[in-house]
Design a protein around this ligand. Structure first.
Ligand SMILES: Cc1cc2nc3c(=O)[nH]c(=O)nc-3n(C[C@H](O)[C@H](O)[C@H](O)COP(=O)(O)OP(=O)(O)OC[C@H]3O[C@@H](n4cnc5c(N)ncnc54)[C@H](O)[C@@H]3O)c2cc1C
Length: 242
């Protein structure tokens, strides 16, 4: 298997590693590896992250306000998605156990390269400065952004409360906004992700996201979701189809 793997072109190797990650998640889901709710939760967390990212990217492209929204939302989401990538890659690597540490698995390479996104897509600070530039030079982009968030907030009180608190910070005192830039942009990304998940995402995924990311009911690592999250439903909808 490894000998054949070495002969694959890079893109096929990446695809294969991804498929193996899905299969490994399946093992977790089926309780074959540990049979613990912790493993189940971790798998759910990885899937929830992927879903929120996919949903976020495919948002509201054709809307008339799209240009204003895109001006600010692109930089907001680039910042947050690229910042989260290393954590996500590390968690995926760990799913393989010791095999994930072995170079031939392909995971070390994916992990090693994951911080690159936050350099060549524009470094984190520079993405945040771009958001500040947009909100100060093109206030319409900020209005379009919060209008998009409000569409979800009208359906979810926890999102509404979170969006209100972000709104008070943005732009806030312009003289102090640079040191606050990362905090503000991260919170804008969470608000937008929440809004899109509430409207277009799966109910269980949206609820887990809102409870943890927006209402703060989670720890500092993956696998710390609150009780009551519908793990079975989240995992079931991500099962690989043969
Ligand atoms: C593998 C790879 C491939 C690449 N491919 C391409 C390509 O195909 N085309 C292309 O055009 N470019 C490419 N790049 C270049 C890439 O776009 C730059 O590396 C990137 O924009 C960061 O710029 P820099 O390397 O000059 O870092 P710098 O801008 O010097 O940043 C260094 C650090 O300073 C911080 N910083 C910089 N400015 C500020 C500021 N004003 N305030 C606060 N903090 C700041 C940054 O956040 C960062 O942490 C590639 C880079 C890599 C690593």
């Amino acid at each position: 298997m490894i000998a054949e793997f070495d002969t694959y072109p890079d893109k096929d190797r990446d695809w294969l590693v991804h498929q193996l990650a899905v299969i490994t998640s399946e093992l977790y889901n089926a309780h074959i590896v540990y049979g613990s709710t912790q493993a189940q939760e971790r798998s759910a967390r990885v899937h929830a992250f992927l879903t929120s990212t996919e949903t976020t990217v495919s948002g509201r492209e054709r809307d008339a306000e799209a240009q204003s929204l895109k001006r600010v939302a692109n930089a907001v989401l680039k910042y947050w998605i690229t910042k989260r990538a290393p954590m996500h890659a590390g968690e995926c690597l760990e799913c393989f156990g010791g095999n994930g540490y072995v170079e031939e698995s392909g995971m070390p390479r994916l992990f090693r390269e994951s911080p690159l996104n936050s350099i060549w897509e524009g470094s984190g600070n520079v993405q945040c400065l771009d958001v500040l530039r947009a909100m100060i030079k093109e206030p319409a982009s900020l209005e379009a952004f919060f209008a998009e968030v409000a569409e979800g907030a009208s359906q979810e009180p926890r999102l509404a409360a979170f969006a209100d608190s972000v709104r008070t910070e943005v732009p806030g005192d312009v003289a102090t906004i640079e040191p606050r830039a990362r905090r503000v942009v991260e919170r804008m990304a969470l608000a937008l992700q929440g809004s899109l998940l509430v409207r277009y995402g799966d109910e269980a995924v949206a609820d887990a996201f809102v409870a943890s990311r927006l209402a703060g009911d989670w720890g500092q690592a993956f696998g710390t979701l609150p009780p009551g999250v519908d793990f079975n439903r989240i995992i079931a909808r991500h099962r690989a189809v043969a």
